[in-house]
Ligand binder design. Structure first.
Ligand code: 2BA
Length: 109
């Protein structure tokens, strides 16, 4: 058994969950935040048979899209008196960040 761990944009979360549930997969949603943007995102856990991993990833890929996001960074000093000046930084987020982990043991009690 494998555990598919997918981090998707909050806006894509419901669509991805619908797609996975419709295909018969059990999904758990965790509310998470990215360490870089410090913005909310959605982490989905899907426990599946090894043979279903590619299908799960295909559904996630189909239902999540990448986006450009602009943040105001205040990390760069302007060199005058140690002041920090905010400047916009554009990053491409997603579609999805996916990890596939081996499950040593799975039980439902
Ligand atoms: P965040 O950490 O908020 O990152 C959002 C986006 O910012 C990333 O998109 C990437 O384009 C950019 N980014 C992240 N760290 C950066 C850095 N040190 N310098 C410059 N740009 C940086 P994605 O790569 O699509 O990642 C989306 C979210 O997936 C991340 O949100 C994080 O929550 C998660 N994630 C991505 N890679 C991960 C990893 N290796 N381990 C754990 N979580 C990860």
């Amino acid at each position: 058994m494998k555990l598919v761990y997918a981090i998707v944009h909050d806006e894509d979360g419901p669509k991805v969950m619908d797609g996975l549930s419709s295909a018969g997969y059990s999904v758990t949603k965790l509310c998470s935040s990215g360490g870089f943007l410090r913005a909310g995102n959605t982490t989905l856990l899907v426990g599946v048979d090894e043979n279903d991993v590619d299908d799960v990833i295909a559904i996630i890929k189909k239902k999540s899209k990448s986006r450009k996001q602009v943040i105001n960074s205040s990390m760069t000093p302007n060199g005058v008196g140690g002041m920090f000046v905010p400047y916009p930084v554009e990053v491409v987020v997603g579609g999805a960040t996916i990890f596939v982990l081996n499950v040593e043991r799975f039980e439902k009690i």
